[in-house]
Design a protein around this ligand. Structure first.
Ligand code: GLN
Length: 447
């Protein structure tokens, strides 16, 4: 049934970069036999899933939607993929994204844009736009995405699905092609909160192959699917309601607050602080780490190599100039600049200090509140082609999501109504580190 939906819709939506029927049917056989043999016993056995194309899949192309990895076939699975497959899930294919996860619209892909299933003239958001569009269009039941500054939560909100970024260290990053290693997390996309909780449960877990992996004993997230908001203390940062927030999104947020209050939650506005520094700190740190992580793509070890060159340096230069798209080159330049001697202290080191202060501001908030709520994005999905001309404006739209990554927190975005043109709006529940259980319970009770 999922293959039928893909066949029907994906020539328009282009959520997938790859689906391989032979591999899918081979895997279906394997899972059927596994179920009969008692190898797969859980609720996810046989469920079709899509995987973002920056997550390595053995013997299956993994391109990061970049020309430079256009021919890259990993020899191993990412740990998250290994885990969902050992739960019996069936990987239907790899989803489109912004190149190397840099972007907010899925338009920086080297292989063409993805369209929003609610209105194909609109973007699905990004960078996990393919994963969210595929779930929204019923092409799959769930998907894995990655979130460095909002890349699961924002496209989930634009596509009217549920997306979650877990606490940093919860899902192994082994086999996730790095963008900004101190911020990157793999997370689930699903049709509702319980699907996301089940998928997170299957994909999370300690992994010695990721040095930032955390050993946790509280990974049974589906236990917290309870319809109870009674007495939950929720804070809304006042700064989030300032100019720039779309009126329709504001109205949806107000409706959500009313509903949660009616169901017993105590919702209060408070001053979080430092909100204006989130975007500058995020883009300095993310670009710095990206410039270092992407240094490995040099035409030698894997991926694309320029055809004509004179000597090694010329080969590097031409390979990288031809292999990376404009947005990726912009980030590499910005990142190399803020790391260069003479500017390191003024930009990179300062951004790290601001990051620590932002974490402290959230820590203080969680002394008073069980969780925070916020819009997932200042507006609903923009029209295709309207965002790329002004990168700075696009960067600013990450204001509600990127702070969560800087502080390493878990957050889940759930649909909370429609704007006046009928496009979905998303609401984020943000928890303290390792408090997925609280936000899963609240999001489940709310949805
Ligand atoms: N839009 C942000 C960026 O371009 C976030 C991307 C992400 O989370 N991968 O960096």
């Amino acid at each position: 049934a999922c293959l039928d939906e893909i066949e029907k819709k994906d020539s328009t939506l282009h959520a997938f970069l790859e689906t391989d029927e032979k591999k899918i049917y081979d895997r279906v056989k394997e899972v059927e036999n596994g179920i009969k043999a008692g190898k797969y016993t859980g609720p996810l056995a046989g469920v079709p899933i899509a995987v973002k194309d920056n997550i390595c899949t053995r013997n299956r192309k993994t391109t990061c939607a970049s020309r430079i990895l256009g021919n890259f076939i990993p020899s191993y699975d990412a740990e998250a993929v290994r885990r969902i497959e050992s739960a019996g899930m069936i990987v239907m294919g790899k989803t489109n994204m912004d190149e190397f996860a840099m972007g907010s619209t899925s338009e920086t892909s080297a292989y063409g844009i993805t369209r929003n299933p609610w209105d194909t003239e609109k973007v699905p958001g990004g960078s996990s736009g393919g994963s969210c569009a595929a779930v929204a269009a019923d092409e799959v039941f769930a998907a894995l995405g990655s979130d460095t500054g909002g890349s699961i939560r924002q496209p989930a909100s634009y596509c009217g699905v549920v997306g979650m970024k877990p606490t940093y260290g919860t899902v192994s990053r082994y086999g996730l092609i790095a963008y900004a290693s101190s911020l990157d997390q793999i997370g689930p996309v699903g049709k509702d909160v319980s699907d996301c909780a089940a998928l997170l449960e299957a994909s999370a877990g300690y992994d010695a192959k990721d040095s930032t992996s955390v050993l946790r004993k509280d990974l049974q997230f589906t236990r917290y699917l309870r319809q109870d908001l009674h007495g939950v203390k929720i804070g809304i940062p006042k700064e989030y309601l300032s100019e720039g927030l779309d009126e329709d999104v504001k109205r949806s947020l107000a409706d959500a607050v009313q509903l949660m209050t009616k169901n017993g939650a105590v919702v209060e506005f408070f001053t979080l602080g430092l909100v204006d520094y989130v975007i500058p700190a995020y883009y300095i740190i993310a670009s710095a780490e990206a410039s270092s992580n992407l240094a490995r793509f040099d035409g030698v070890k894997y991926g694309y190599r320029a055809e004509e060159f004179e000597g090694l340096h010329d080969m590097y230069k031409k390979t990288r100039a031809e292999g990376f798209g404009e947005e990726v080159r912009r980030r590499i330049l910005l990142g190399s600049f803020v790391l260069s001697s003479g500017y390191y202290d003024a930009y990179y080191l300062k951004a790290l200090k601001v990051k620590a202060m932002i974490k402290k501001a959230f820590d203080d908030a969680f002394l008073k509140y069980d969780m925070l709520i916020a819009p997932a994005a200042p507006s609903t999905a923009p029209a295709v082609g309207s965002s790329l001309a002004d990168p700075l404006k696009m960067y600013l739209s990450d204001v509600y999501t990127a702070g969560v990554n800087l502080a390493g927190l878990p957050a889940i975005s759930v649909p909370c109504g429609l704007d006046s043109s009928g496009m979905p709006v998303g609401l984020q529940f943000i928890g303290d580190c390792f408090q997925e259980k609280k936000i899963i319970q609240a999001a489940y009770a709310y949805e």
